[in-house]
Design a protein around this ligand. Structure first.
Ligand code: F3S
Length: 65
C-alpha cells in the first residue's frame, strides 16, 4: 500500500502530522507534505490509515501500489 495525497483537498488541519509525523510534514503555508512516496511497511500502513481516518477533508487515501 502507498499514500495518495490530494493537495487540493488539504485545508491544513494538520491532524496527519500530529498522528503520523514520520509520514507527514507541514509546509510553510500549513499544508501537509507526505514524506514517504513508495510502498509502506505494516507499521506505516497503520499510521497512514489513522491519518487518513482523521483527515476531515479526506485528502489522504491508502491505495494499492
Ligand atoms: Fe491536510 Fe488533512 Fe493533514 S486537511 S494537513 S491532510 S489532516
Amino acid at each position: 500500500m502507498k499514500i495518495r495525497f490530494e493537495r487540493e483537498r488539504c485545508q491544513g488541519h494538520n491532524r496527519c502530522y500530529l498522528l503520523a509525523p514520520e509520514l507527514f510534514d507541514v509546509d510553510d503555508d500549513g499544508y501537509a507534505v507526505p514524506l514517504v512516496e513508495g510502498e509502506l511497511d505494516e507499521e506505516q500502513v497503520a499510521k497512514a490509515q489513522l491519518a487518513a481516518d482523521n483527515c476531515p477533508e479526506y485528502a489522504i487515501e491508502l491505495v494499492e501500489s
